[in-house]
Design a protein around this ligand. Structure first.
Ligand code: BES
Ligand code: MN
Ligand code: MN
Length: 460
């Protein structure tokens, strides 16, 4: 079978594309750290330049009041659908830095894997559709449909300014479908259609006892230790069946229908491999649910951090005055993040003992849970490409993580988001030694060309 010209173009430019990815990965675009704001802006400019180089028009870096967003389009297919391709060029922080084999922003290729912070999440993935589009524009001089690109620099901090930006730019961003180049595939050689993302809300709590730390001999036993109060408070947030005890927490959770249960049961699960993959001695979760049901269909409340008191070497006989914790909840349809945040905060305030003061600080940015039908035309197109490229039927799965903008796209642009990305679960995203497989990078480029062709024939 003779290859098409675009395939030859991708093959002929492979080394350049890998070099470009490597260059992109040198930007330390950590969105959560103020000292990296300039690097996020530089990465945005890199993306804008790369879009222009690919032949995309109307490229601009849009100000947001926070980290920027990059837009570009090619809209010369009047009777064809319009697809908006999404990704993010910001990254998570790198700590613990000591656990990295090499510096996180000095990309390094070994065994056909490129190692760097952001390699898989999401720079490697978001570059793929740009390269696919370049190959088409260079060889066919046109695209099979209208394409808009929207890349953001604030996904990893919850996309705080995106609701406002997408609302303001809704005419420019109007589309029939969003395709997300942030997300992933199931396993090497095994594709998946993703039908859900969980939502997220976050809060921080602080318990205060005495005006300052106290001598534990002079006062211990006579006043409540805020760390003890915090531990008791947090321990009560789950019952012995693994359910969150906050009143009303599950009120808006849509019950699982028989179809969804059946689809989840159809996905093979190997508990031993799952445990070994992450190094835990046993699995744990809400009673009466399977692991995939817990991950994809049930909300959670997690304590992400807890601190207070003496952390230094040796003993300090102190009764600390302060204790803190960070809490997030993963949410499922139809839970409202602000409402859940309020319920958790109110619960903690109500349950806190009178012997300490409690401050609850809800975080402003949050994400709505998101769902898309497995047979949505966008997913049907993706599945057709999966069959062709992987030679396999995709699993139908959910995603436990969150991409805040998907709910915003649905609400503001009335457009569903199809996941089309190539990261795999073992690529250490958010962790030391993050990497992306170059095989995925290459396969993704071909898959994107096929997806655009398939979507050009879809009816939305
Ligand atoms: N790409 C991930 C989301 C994701 C994770 C999708 C796992 C599929 C599987 C994204 O970059 C991410 O990390 N999102 C954050 C959002 C948060 C910071 C608001 C998350 O899920 O924690
Ligand atoms: Mn991501
Ligand atoms: Mn991420």
């Amino acid at each position: 079978m003779s290859t098409e010209q675009w395939e030859d173009y991708l093959a002929a430019n492979d080394a350049r594309f890998v070099d470009e990815l490597s260059d992109f990965l040198t930007y330390a675009s950590i969105s959560s750290l103020p000292e990296h704001t300039g690097a996020v802006a530089d990465a945005a400019q890199w993306v804008a330049d790369r879009l222009t180089q690919a032949g995309i028009e109307n490229v601009s870096v849009l100000p947001t009041g926070g980290h920027p967003v990059v837009y570009g389009d090619w809209c010369h297919a009047p009777d064809k659908p319009t697809v908006l391709i999404y990704g993010h060029f910001d990254t998570q922080p790198v700590d613990p830095l000591a656990l990295w084999t090499r510096p996180p922003f000095e990309p390094h290729i070994q065994d056909e894997r490129i190692y760097a912070r952001g390699a898989s999440d999401d720079k490697g993935n978001m570059l793929i559709p740009i390269l696919a589009v370049e190959a088409l524009l260079e060889t066919r001089r046109q695209l099979p449909l209208n394409i808009k690109f929207l890349f953001e620099g604030q996904e990893e901090i919850g996309s705080p300014q995106l609701p406002e930006v997408i609302d303001r730019e809704r005419a420019r961003l109007a589309c029939d479908l969003v395709v997300s180049a942030d997300g992933g595939q199931w396993a090497e050689g095994q594709p998946a259609l993703h039908t859900s993302l969980r939502g997220l809300c976050a809060l921080e709590i602080r318990l205060t006892g005495a005006r300052s730390d106290l001598h534990s001999g002079s006062y211990g036993g006579a006043v409540l230790n805020p760390i003890q109060a915090l531990c008791e408070l947090l321990a009560e947030l789950h019952d012995d069946r693994g359910r969150v005890t906050v009143e009303g927490f599950y009120d808006d959770v849509r019950p699982l229908d028989a179809h969804a249960t059946e689809r989840i049961r159809a996905v093979p699960f190997d508990a031993d491999a799952f445990k070994a993959g992450i190094g835990v001695p046993a699995l744990h979760g809400e009673a009466d649910y399977t692991t995939y049901e817990r991950l994809w269909t049930r909300p959670t409340l997690e304590i992400n951090g807890i601190w207070g008191g003496f952390q230094g070497e040796g003993t300090k006989t102190v009764l600390p005055s302060l204790a803190h914790a960070k809490i997030t909840c993963r949410l499922v349809a139809d839970q409202d993040p602000e409402r859940i945040c309020r319920r958790v905060g109110d619960h903690l305030i109500a349950k806190a003992p009178a012997a300490v003061r409690i401050d609850v600080r809800p975080e402003a940015s949050h994400a709505w849970p998101y769902q898309i039908a497995p047979d949505h035309p966008g997913n049907q197109a993706a599945a057709a490409v999966h069959r062709r490229i992987f030679g396999r039927e995709p699993h139908i799965v959910g995603m436990g993580g969150s991409i805040p903008v998907c709910g915003i796209f649905l609400r503001t642009l009335d457009a569903y988001t199809v996941n089309f990305a190539f990261g795999l679960k073992d690529e250490n995203v958010h962790a030391p030694d993050e990497f992306f497989r170059l095989s995925s990078f290459r396969l993704g480029q071909r898959a994107y060309v096929h997806l655009l062709d398939a979507l050009s024939r879809s009816a939305f």
